[in-house]
Design a binder for this molecule. Sequence first.
Ligand SMILES: N[C@@H](CC=O)C(=O)O
Length: 362
Amino acid sequence: MTKMKQYKVGIIGATGMVGQRFATLLENHPWFHVAALAASPRSAGKTYEEAVGNRWAMQKPMPESMKQMILFDATADVDKIAGMVDFVFCAVDMKKDEIRALEERYAKAECPVVSNNSAHRFTPDVPMVVPEVNPEHIEVIESQRKRLGTKRGFIAVKSNCSIQSYVPALSPLRKYGIQNVLACTYQAISGAGKTFERWPEILDNIVPYIGGEEEKSEKEPLKVWGKIENGQIVSADSPLITTQCLRVPVSDGHTAAVFVSFEQKPSKEEILKIWEDFKGVPQELELPSAPKQFIHYFQEDDRPQAKLDRNIEGGMAVSVGRLREDTMFDYKFVCLSHNTLRGAAGGGVLLAELLAAKGYMD
Ligand SMILES: N[C@@H](CC=O)C(=O)O
């Protein structure tokens, strides 16, 4: 890529698990420089180091450059923050309607928002983007800006972490007419904002319920596969998707066991070739956080494994294995993605890179 402009960014919700991940990913980012950190009123006025205390959950230490930054109040200081940065990443722990309102306040203050939250995922003119799969959805931002009455401000969101392994694997196969999908997800505890120290009961255990997760896992792929019509994104009406989402004693990395049937069944060789060749706009534009090879297929029967494979390509690639024919569906396979990297903060940073490269952050 040609040399990019430098952007000043804010992290709204900097003390939480995803906020911490944003901080570590942005520490040495070639385009984005963290100029403001914000959190709840409880943390506002403290240094980042004081506010997080012993809740720092990343393996990498807190970035030196951010330790002494004084936290803003995410809700009271919207205008101040909007005046200091080119855009914000948002990952806050609040009620949905409060998040919706807060993100709109930033957007209306002419500060674009790249959100990890679910509040706006089904606002029809808010793009929900997996950058390799539906980058064209960012074009709906023009209609959103008209609705909000803004010149620069807008909201763009990333999808839920649970779908970030199977949507990439299924997307390039849609040309064969996907009819039905069944996916069981085995989700890491960091998705619940937990560590083993904070959740010892999860050891030697599985919890068969994650609130709201199955609805998200069934509905969100259809928006990602939707089309822009009259300034809104209209979700695809197929395939039929059913899911079960379980919490498992894994620190990071969501695994999905997927079953799929097609209108025209491809051969196994065709599927493997399509996965190997699958590239998107992030790879073409060589965005800084884009994995070189988006889908890594393992021939070994016992892969992908969360512990071994979640960090492939900086946690931004998707790993797939065990593709084989099924007795009820056409095929089944297993896939894995890092839930706080590709599935959360990393996916947010990649989306921001796409938006910056396409001029939406100028
Ligand atoms: N909702 C998800 C968050 C992603 O990591 C979960 O609970 O795992």
